[in-house]
Ligand binder design. Structure first.
Ligand SMILES: C[S@@+](CC[C@H](N)C(=O)[O-])C[C@H]1O[C@@H](n2cnc3c(N)ncnc32)[C@H](O)[C@@H]1O
Length: 205
């Protein structure tokens, strides 16, 4: 049996098929996320430039990877996620770009991305920072892999018009403050944006 998933944001073990999708429930959760998780407005915050390398942490079913491939001129879009089921789903959703090598999807986590130091221009994480086991270790790793002048965007459920489910998943203010504070200790410039259904912190190295 898998060891229970513990997060920095909650004392109780995380018991949701959305947190680390596996088996049939995980595959269904992946489908649900692909239908419902709209992340178009995050592209403006991320501001990918032609030729950039982008890393998505916790890509899930690969909807944002697809948006990045279709709507930006990024040279390479890499992803890490600990779930083999999500890797399979995201690879299917991006099969053309995976075939050409523009999209590269690996298993990994926020605190162990497997990427080289200063090897990426943009990093983005959507709806998984709240389930990382160790917030500070994850952010230190993302700071390590982004190049100086590059940016990390950390987004979580919230924003200006969250649906009922998103509203239930919002983090309390003290947890959002902890994310912002941890980013400020590592990065030079940190800004918060409230998007439609996400609160996003952008940190420039
Ligand atoms: C709620 S889903 C969000 C998926 C996708 N970002 C989206 O918004 O549709 C959370 C994802 O984070 C992944 N995940 C869980 N723990 C993680 C960690 N420590 N580091 C990176 N990703 C993680 C899960 O496997 C899952 O695919």
């Amino acid at each position: 049996m898998d060891t229970p998933l513990r997060s920095w944001a909650d004392d109780r073990p995380v018991a949701s098929p959305f947190a680390r999708p596996s088996g049939t429930a995980g595959r269904l959760a992946g489908r649900f996320m692909r239908w419902t998780n709209r992340q178009d407005d995050l592209l403006d915050v991320l501001d990918v430039q032609p030729g950039d390398t982008v890393l998505e942490v916790g890509y899930g079913p690969g909807r944002l990877v697809r948006l990045l491939a279709d709507r930006t001129e990024a040279a390479v879009i890499r992803g890490v996620d600990p779930s083999p089921e999500m890797r399979h789903a995201a690879a299917r959703a991006n099969r053309g770009a995976v075939r050409t090598g523009r999209v590269v999807l690996d298993l990994g986590t926020a605190d162990h991305t497997g990427l080289a130091e200063e090897s990426t221009d943009r990093v983005v994480s959507v709806n998984n920072v709240g389930i990382w086991p160790d917030l500070e270790a994850g952010l230190r790793e993302l700071h390590r892999v982004v190049r100086p002048g590059g940016a990390v965007v950390i987004a979580w459920h919230g924003g200006t018009s969250p649906g009922p489910l998103t509203r239930r998943l919002r983090l309390p203010d003290d947890k959002l403050d902890r994310i912002e504070h941890a980013l400020r200790t590592l990065f030079t410039d940190v800004t918060r944006s409230d998007l439609r259904s996400l609160v996003a912190f952008k940190a420039v190295r």
